[in-house]
Ligand binder design. Sequence first.
Ligand SMILES: Cc1ncc(COP(=O)(O)O)c(C=O)c1O
Length: 480
Amino acid sequence: MNTPIIDFVNEYRNSEMIRLHMPGHKGAAFLGREDKYGVLDAFSFDITEIEGADNLYHPEGIIAESEKNATALWGSGKTVYSTEGSSQCIKTMLYLALLHNKRIYGEGFSNRVLAGRNAHGAFMHGAALLDLDVEWIWPDKKSDGMCSCPVTAESLKRMLNGCTKLPMAVYITTPDYLGGNVDVESLAKVCHEAGTLLLVDNAHGAYFKFLPKEYKNYRHPLELGADMCCDSAHKTLPALTGAAYLHFSKNVPVDLTENVKAGMALFGSTSPSYLILESLDFCNKYIYEDYREKLADFCKKSDELKRKITKMGFSVCESDPLKITLAVKGDDGFTGDDLSDELRKNGAEVEFSDIDHVVLMITPENGDEIFSKLEVIFKKIGDSVIFSRKEQDNLCSRKKENGSLHIPERVLSIREAFLADGEYVDIESGRGRICASYSLSCPPAIPIIMPGEKVDEEVFLTLKRYNIKKIRCVSENKWS
Ligand SMILES: Cc1ncc(COP(=O)(O)O)c(C=O)c1O
């Protein structure tokens, strides 16, 4: 029998490509030891809930102790581990907010959540499983292409004032996939004045807590007033894929933290990975030792590289320091996918590209040598690729203005759409039908269409632009 996955990964390891993508450990070994063949032996670290190994969903021993260490590092009211990413934490946050609302309002509870439209798929899954009534918060004007959703305090206040019943929570995704941020502090004030909870998907911002003060636009959501937030450790810290944190503010009602393990168990496997738990445990030590200094130094170098690439004529958009986001002319010119191909040819694999953007994700585990390597690579690409420097002028802001936001008609709830009989069809055949799943240009882009919404002409054209070929639609015999 062949081993296609191992073969692929082995080839990638041996290629020594620069990893400008997740996970944050960049392939450096923090776990395991070499076996007799010189292969890293992580298997001997993979155990289950044997005597003394504690239980993630009823922790009283070593896991409780390690979670306490994480709580101290983040200065939270409580921090718990997830071995199934921020995805598990997002569903749990929604579950906890719903339970809390039921506790306060009894039969008159609200299952409504106001959510920034750039929500990740895990939010949709949570909304479907918990049968939530989602009202989208759209950007005030135009968005950054399809990848961000700058929710403002004013628009949130307006929406909350317009609600006949207070929603159970407000849900925001920040930083977004391009490294853009919203003003969590103002949003938290609006939520708390209204009497609702603010939940933040901070999957990409675990490291914000440890940034130097000068990065004042990139502070951790808990410090800015969020009630609960999730951080994917595996995206920006040296943890295994799947490792994440669910944090609670010190001010949250006690039932939220009391019910957290029940919620995490509801959405997780009964066999959580000890390898992932060990990598989270390791992260505590790693952060405690000299991470702040390492990060500060690395971010300075990253800023310097961004300045150099900008001088070469590339459009580097404002982003959090561990992302390098480039805007590219797109459509009839040089696309983000073209730039990502050029980078690959030169030995660097990126996190994401589409028509308009390329996103690189870096961490101190890449080592300082990536800065000189990337400088050489960008210089080479800039010299050889035919794209007009003039076209690059103000491209980041022009891309924002280009963003065409279109609000499709909702026909079914998210739950009804996910649970309806559905089929994959070519997008041509999907015109006019109801979407049964979501289509993204990139996670967590502003989805072009959400489950339960109608594929109208504008949606169809946008799907085409993003080269989406198939779409899952609700079967016609059910809902015609
Ligand atoms: C903004 C955002 N939220 C949530 C997730 C899910 O995180 P995880 O992969 O840790 O489950 C992702 C994953 O890419 C994401 O980009």
